[in-house]
Write a protein that binds this ligand. Structure first.
Ligand SMILES: *Cc1c(COP(=O)(O)O)cnc(C)c1O
Length: 232
């Protein structure tokens, strides 16, 4: 079932790209496997899927250790500073950096291991109180500070979690604003900062996100079905 679902979503992504004149190769479908069993991941690996999203450090580390074939695990959930050490070198991309305090910790652990860590800056574009991420206005100063003080970090772009809405069109301005912000930051040509990645769009609104420039869409429910947190 997950293979069928995955293919269906990939197909809609390709169609959306074609409609708005984008290259389908420029949009990564990140399969958000949080709370789901390793067997679901293994199934997708058989058709060549290589990128999976997890929101908990422990779960990411465990799945990475147990999976039969090396694949990429992205950390998409909030990262606490006391978990940085565990996840460093394990996640191919951390989507959720939203403070200098956290970046400093990542820098320190990356320096110890002598590795470069790829991150995205999480922006709470809609300024929802319940969500992590910094405001649009605080994004550039954080990017600049990380660039100046964290030589082991590469900022690859921006990420946002849009509000849960009935009509995905309602999130179009959110996605548009994130893209505009990434263009503004890109124009500053800051060292060690590329703005090639825009991680935005989930099960309910990934088509609109692609129309607005998403390069990674994070899709869970539409591939793996509803999550049941009670038994996970
Ligand atoms: C769970 C999660 C997703 C996937 O959400 P769906 O609505 O199930 O597609 C995407 N991004 C983040 C940050 C998540 O935590």
């Amino acid at each position: 079932m997950v293979i069928e679902n995955y293919k269906k979503i990939r197909q809609s992504i390709d169609e959306a790209c074609e409609k708005c004149g984008r290259n389908k190769e420029d949009v990564l479908l990140l399969a958000v496997s949080k709370t789901k069993p390793l067997s679901d991941i293994e199934e997708l690996i058989t058709i060549g899927v290589k990128d999976f999203g997890e929101n908990k450090v422990q779960e990411l580390v465990k799945k990475k250790e147990e999976v039969s074939t090396p694949v990429n695990f992205h950390l998409i959930g909030h990262l606490q500073t006391n978990k940085v050490k565990q996840v460093i070198g394990k996640a191919c991309l951390i989507h959720s950096v939203d403070s200098f305090h956290l970046a400093e910790k990542i820098e320190a652990e990356a320096a110890k291991e002598d590795i470069i860590v790829n991150i995205l800056i999480e922006v709470n574009v809609a300024e929802e109180e319940s969500k992590f991420g910094l405001t649009v206005d605080d994004a550039l100063p954080l990017v600049q500070e990380i660039s100046e003080k964290c030589p082991h970090i590469r900022i690859q772009g921006l990420m946002t979690i849009a509000p849960f809405v009935d009509d995905p069109e309602e999130n179009r301005p959110v996605f548009r604003r994130l893209r505009q912000l990434s263009l503004d930051i890109k124009s500053k040509k800051i060292d060690n900062v590329s703005m090639n990645v825009l991680s935005m769009g989930m099960t309910n609104d990934f088509i609109v996100a692609i129309e607005e420039g998403a390069t990674i869409v994070r899709v869970g429910t539409a591939i793996f079905g509803e999550r049941n947190y009670a038994i996970s």
